[in-house]
Design a protein around this ligand. Structure first.
Ligand code: HEC
Length: 126
């Protein structure tokens, strides 16, 4: 059981670590992704950027725009952060995607944004 407690402590630590730091009792163990992390590539300022996104346990229905959604919307925050929002209307999703692009610099052009909004309506629209 000692094992289990160490594990919970680690999880707790990683939750509070960002803001408050963690007691130095536990050695810092780097957290390894369990599954194979897929590579995602996206285009920014005309060049292709490739990055590894840690796989998420999030159920995504198949449909047009799924690939774009996975590639672009998980760059800065988790996809779960998006799927856990309440259902939004098309206008609200359009405004959200627009905000991600204009305010935070998501590398999404108008065509990709449209496909992503279509997918968001399938995923979590009202
Ligand atoms: C360049 C970084 C970046 C990318 C890429 C990005 N987001 Fe965000 N997103 C943010 C930040 C930063 C916040 C937190 C804003 C806050 O806390 O006020 C956020 C918050 C959100 C929220 C929570 C509601 C809100 O407005 O704060 C939703 C929904 C969301 N993003 C959807 C998306 C979708 C859909 C995509 C893909 C088109 C996307 N994000 C891509 C940076 C990004």
């Amino acid at each position: 059981m000692a094992h289990r407690r160490t594990y919970s402590l680690l999880i707790l630590c990683s939750i509070v670590a960002a803001g408050y730091g963690c007691g130095s009792k536990e050695p810092a163990v780097p957290v390894q992704p369990v599954a194979i992390a897929p590579k995602h590539s996206f285009v920014q300022n005309g060049s292709v950027t490739e990055m590894t996104i840690v796989p998420e346990d999030v159920a995504l229905p198949d449909g047009p725009g799924k690939n774009e959604f996975q590639s672009y919307c998980g760059i800065c925050h988790s996809l779960k952060y998006i799927t856990s929002q309440p259902p939004f209307s098309r206008t609200t999703w359009e405004a959200e995607v627009h905000k991600m692009v204009e305010k935070y610099g998501a590398p999404v052009d108008t065509n990709v944004a449209k496909v992503i909004v279509d997918y968001l309506m399938v995923l979590n629209g009202k």
